[in-house]
Design a protein. Structure first.
Length: 275
């Protein structure tokens, strides 16, 4: 098992470098305005590599106005040392296939959750399923690593590393950021509010078959999850279960420093941590 801690800013880098982890990545899937500036990112990657850890940058999904800048940033960073570059759209992946960095498919590239549109109550967290054809498509772009939620079903594929996000799972991203609107801030000033979480529970859902919004039926309400909004992304907590045997990712935003240290220790020493 390898343990990776993901940061969205550089504020906790010293803390994380003091933990027994194998990798540190910086960035998130949702918005380019949240990324640290290029010089700060380059220096952070150097520090991570100097600590003997795998360094990673997470590029958000590239909208038309940000795609060129993100690709330029990625190419510059890739020229300064070994690096894992997590991409969250196939256009960015295509633009980076000729770099020497490891390309990983990010959480925003997870397939949708299956459902049968039945009237019976359904669990809100059906596991995403990665089909063989989809994995083949990712490989065409030079992607050799895949990020997924812990319970996702991923076929074993030679040459593909799977890294699973623990304890939380992303459900959706909004192109128009609810956090920026709530705080009445525009990019890039809204980055200051990005890591202030908003807790919520869904009360309505969109009925695709009828084309309208409807209240969640009474029978389905007990299954509704508590949701957390960070920036333009919505996350749900996942049940605490034994971690998967492979590589794992921990999103530091969901832990205090003490909780993060405890979680990393529990992964490193699962037997002793149980007593």
């Amino acid at each position: 098992m390898t343990v990776e801690v993901r940061l969205t800013t550089l504020g906790r880098l010293d803390e994380v470098l003091g933990l027994p982890v194998d990798a540190v990545s910086i960035g998130q899937e949702g918005c380019a305005a949240k990324l640290p500036d290029e010089n700060a990112l380059r220096q952070a990657m150097d520090r991570i590599r100097q600590a003997g850890l795998r360094a990673g940058v997470v590029l958000p999904a590239a909208w038309q106005r940000t795609g060129t800048r993100l690709v330029g940033l990625a190419r510059d960073l890739a020229g300064h040392g070994p690096l894992t570059m997590t991409v969250n759209d196939l256009g960015t992946a295509a633009a980076l296939t000729d770099t020497c960095c490891e390309l990983a498919a990010g959480l925003a590239l997870m397939p949708g959750r299956p459902h049968d549109a039945a009237q019976a109550p359904r669990g809100p967290l059906e596991e995403p399923v990665f089909e063989e054809a989809y994995l083949h498509e990712l490989a065409v772009f030079g992607i050799t690593a895949l990020e997924s939620e812990a319970a996702a079903r991923v076929p074993e594929k030679s040459g593909l590393t799977v890294r699973r996000l623990l304890d939380v799972t992303p459900l959706a991203w909004a192109r128009s950021c609810p956090t920026a609107r709530h705080h009445q801030l525009a990019p890039p000033a809204c980055a200051s509010a990005c890591d202030r979480p908003t807790d919520m529970v869904a009360t309505h859902r969109w009925q695709l078959g009828h084309g309208h919004r409807e209240p969640i039926p009474v029978a389905d309400r007990p299954a509704q999850l508590s949701l957390t909004v960070y920036g333009n992304a919505v996350y749900a907590g996942t049940p605490t279960t034994a971690p998967p045997a492979g590589d794992v990712i921990i999103d530091a935003r969901f832990y205090t420093p003490e909780q993060l240290a405890t979680r990393v220790t529990s992964l490193r020493h699962p037997v002793s941590a149980a007593f």
